[in-house]
Design a protein around this ligand. Structure first.
Ligand code: GCU
Length: 676
């Protein structure tokens, strides 16, 4: 597909003549030493890129000796081409070296070579120099995973970019080209694992591990070429739903035998199958609780079934009481993951990984970091992020999430004293995990530009790059994406960088204030509705009355959630004066007149941020519109439309939130701006 939106950051735009001459001298020939389908994908990618950028078809040749002296050489260090163990950082390591007219890309695995090729292409796409290249890279994280929340009817749970690229009408679509192009995008940023169906596993999807296996196998083959291991989300009640048993009790022998047999069948078809992603006893999904068992019983039983084949169980920690009584102020959803899983630390099998959402609630624009990460010292775990913008504007609003993720990754948990940042924990540097890394909910769909909002592509790009290296400088990472996606004109680069980096804060300003979260329309979660969840069962309250607002999570008078953090975080969050302003309503119930560290009152901060937020969107829109002519018309128009819709919608947010709090508190805006 030739459309620019579709090519995302793999544009491979034709260079000018000078650049063509320069790069061509290195790229006329591609030689590889060993054969494998991943190396094949690497040579294809290179040759596609060379055709696009330089307008020549490189000569591709296999050679067993090092006789060649020009062009790109792809070579395995160990001179083997057998199957490689997945999820090994050392095997993902690669080197790119320029010597004379040659560029040598070497690695201990074919995957590493592919990553090296994508790195080289990033350099060339960004018009950088080849001379003196000597790069050695290895990923910080072992598992770098994407979770598709696709259903087989073609819908995507929390998807905002059209229907599924995988399924339609309860069948696989079989569009190999589209899936392969997705695999290319993922692999180009180092993603090495994917689960291809929603964590909420309905009737048809339950049979992915049985009847639908031949189709799963075909999909696995596409991803395999790009070094991406395929996982499936499973239904914990499969033994009942499709196995004809009367129970799914993990301690029941028939149940155990059923899963062992199911695993065996899967591995007969897909020998390098990754394993299962499991949402159990969460939001009405079945799980071991029904049988009086706990998460370890459930997860370890599945782990046992997968173990002989090298498979992994990824068990999600998004477990909480979703039938809460709003009158009950003791139960605190934020506490739930820690309360459920912390006592079980050390009891999970080696091939179980717990997947923990970045915050204790659910992917709000602002949450503290989950206290469970770092508290599990003897249990493998993955940090879960949400690339799809469920609560952050649903890809109608621009909300570049890399700044949020950087804050999460850089958060010091103090789990092992000062300097125990989240990125160190999930990289496996702090505790001796067998497996660790990141997983995130994808934001792509069948829309031609993948993500609905063209600029939302940056979230997918940024997620992958941060998986590879969470300490990458945010500005550099964003520039990388801009250069590859839109080119290098100074005006464009400066403006776009500004727009992207500011967008998260802007979104935060005009939506739910000061860390309290929610205030969205129930179910679909788009648009303002301050009391939308206030009297619901979901445990997501703000408790605003005429005097004040916020959730008291302190040890003394609140739910005691602050206690789940290590010191000094526990003390900071627990203290009304030390708690960071942006989280004050997450941790404390305060009067509207409470003075924040900024010197402003809570109510005035609410008014100010909401007026500012809308002005920021206007500024962002104007900045974008000033770039007309710098960007192809199609993307320019599509993005302009979304930004102006965002501007209108941000006013709705501003006015509803401000009016709500003005009416509750009766306190006027100091600047006497229009509140309804
Ligand atoms: C959120 C989201 C659900 C999803 C759930 C999960 O609650 O709204 O659609 O299923 O997270 O992560 O399991």
């Amino acid at each position: 597909v030739e459309e620019q939106g579709y090519k995302a950051w793999l544009q491979y735009t034709l260079k000018n003549d000078k650049q063509k001459d320069y790069y061509s001298s290195y790229l006329r020939v591609i030689t590889y030493h060993q054969e494998s389908e991943v190396i094949d994908a690497a040579t294809k990618e290179l040759s596609r890129a060379v055709k696009g950028m330089l307008g020549i078809s490189p000569e591709i040749k296999k050679s067993s000796i090092d006789e060649q002296s020009e062009g790109v050489l792809l070579t395995l260090n160990s001179h083997t081409s057998k199957a490689y163990q997945s999820f090994n950082k050392e095997l993902d390591r690669y080197q790119i070296e320029q010597m004379g007219k040659q560029i040598i890309i070497s690695s201990n695995s074919d995957k590493g070579i592919l990553y090296g090729v994508f790195h080289l292409l990033r350099i060339i796409q960004s018009d950088e120099s080849i001379e003196g290249l000597l790069i050695t890279e290895k990923p910080r994280n072992q598992l770098r995973m994407i979770n598709q929340w696709d259903n087989m009817d073609g819908s995507i749970e929390r998807g905002y970019a059209g229907s599924s690229i995988f399924y339609q009408d309860n069948q696989f679509i079989g569009d190999e080209e589209r899936v392969e192009d997705y695999a290319r995008l993922l692999s180009s940023v180092g993603i090495n694992a994917i689960s291809i169906n929603n964590v909420n596993v309905h009737k048809v999807e339950t049979t992915l591990i049985t009847d639908l296996l031949p189709e799963v196998k075909k999909t696995a083959a596409i991803f395999r070429k790009y070094g991406i291991t395929l996982f499936l989300s499973i239904n914990y009640s499969s033994p009942i739903e499709i196995g004809g048993l009367t129970t799914a009790d993990p301690l029941d022998q028939d149940v155990q035998a059923w899963w062992a047999e199911a695993a065996k069948n899967i591995y007969t078809q897909i020998p390098d199958f990754g394993g299962f992603v499991v949402k159990a006893d969460s939001e009405h999904r079945p799980g071991p609780f029904t049988y009086g068992r706990d998460h370890t019983d459930g997860a370890n039983m599945l782990a046992e079934a997968l173990k002989p084949h090298g498979g992994i169980v990824i068990w999600r920690c998004f477990v909480y009481n979703c039938l809460q009584d709003w009158r009950d102020r003791k139960t605190d959803r934020a506490r739930a993951a820690y309360d459920h899983f912390h006592p079980l630390d050390g009891q999970f099998a080696d091939n179980v990984i717990l997947q923990v959402k970045n915050g204790p609630m659910d992917f709000q624009v602002r949450e503290p970091v989950s206290p469970l990460i770092g508290a599990l010292k003897k249990t493998n775990h993955l940090l879960e992020l949400q690339v799809t913008q469920e609560y952050t504007g649903q890809q109608k609003h621009l909300c570049y999430l890399v700044p949020q993720w950087k804050e999460v990754l850089d958060f010091d948990t103090y789990a092992n004293g000062e300097g125990t940042e989240i990125h160190n924990i999930i990289a496996g540097d702090v505790y001796d995990y067998q497996y660790s890394g990141l997983a995130a909910v994808s934001n792509i769909g069948a829309d031609l530009n993948w993500t609905g909002h063209d600029l939302a592509q940056a979230n997918l790009y940024g997620y992958g790059r941060l998986c590879w290296n969470p300490t990458l400088d945010m500005q550099e990472l964003t520039l990388e994406w801009i250069h590859q996606t839109f080119g290098k004109s100074d005006r464009l680069v400066d403006s776009l960088l500004k727009i992207m980096l500011q967008s998260w804060e802007t979104y935060e300003k005009y939506t739910a204030p000061l860390g309290v979260g929610w205030m969205v329309n129930p179910h679909h979660h788009y648009g303002p509705n301050v009391d939308g969840y206030e009297y619901s069962v979901w445990g997501t309250y703000h408790y605003a009355d005429r005097d004040g607002v916020g959730v008291d999570r302190t040890m003394e008078t609140g739910t005691g959630y602050t206690e789940q953090y290590y010191k000094p975080n526990a003390d900071i969050y627990n203290s009304l004066t030390k708690c960071p302003d942006e989280l004050i309503l997450f941790f404390h119930h305060v009067p509207y007149t409470h003075q924040l560290q900024s010197g402003k009152t809570v109510i005035q901060t609410i008014y100010d941020t909401h007026f500012e937020g809308v002005e920021d969107v206007k500024a962002l829109l104007d900045e974008w519109l000033s770039m007309e002519g710098e960007i192809d018309e199609q993307r320019f128009k599509a993005i302009s439309q979304r930004l102006s819709d965002q501007f209108e919608h941000s006013k709705q947010w501003r006015d509803m939130i401000n009016t709500y709090f003005y009416r509750k508190s009766g306190i006027k805006d100091e600047q006497d701006r229009l509140i309804y």
